[in-house]
Design a protein around this ligand. Sequence first.
Ligand SMILES: [Zn+2]
Length: 167
Amino acid sequence: MGWTDERVELLRKLWLDGHSASQIAKQLGEVTRNAVIGKVHRLGLSGRATPSQPTRPAFKAPRPPRPAVAAAPVQRRPVEVRPAPVPPTPPVVYVEERGTATVLTLGAHMCKWPIGDPASDEFTFCGRRAGSEGPYCVEHARVAYQPQQTKKKSGATELARSLRRYV
Ligand SMILES: [Zn+2]
């Protein structure tokens, strides 16, 4: 049985409606699924859009309704043990202890970090052993030479600088 215009039209319509080749073959009768596919290709119809467009009659079996309450998914992955979030490192706040040196006792290799009010009797210098790179001990050097953006907030640093001229 050949492809009459009528059958070709029907084929074209069914194909564009999203029917499968075997469905079309059944509808047309006396033709195999392969023959339908071959004809479709010859007609240049093979690139039809996906048959999932809602405007097309649905030949597919309707989806089974979802169960109202979905079963809780089984958790297969082991629970991730997350390390506690590390809080950002707080800026170094140096708690000043009373220094061990005064203007009179401050030696060449002692930390010249001023502690307290220079006008008061309580005023001292740190007096610990100064590091090799400057007039301060390790801890005070760290405060004195901290990055620019935090330096200006440290009044002690400024004080230390101004006092360096005199000690
Ligand atoms: Zn010091």
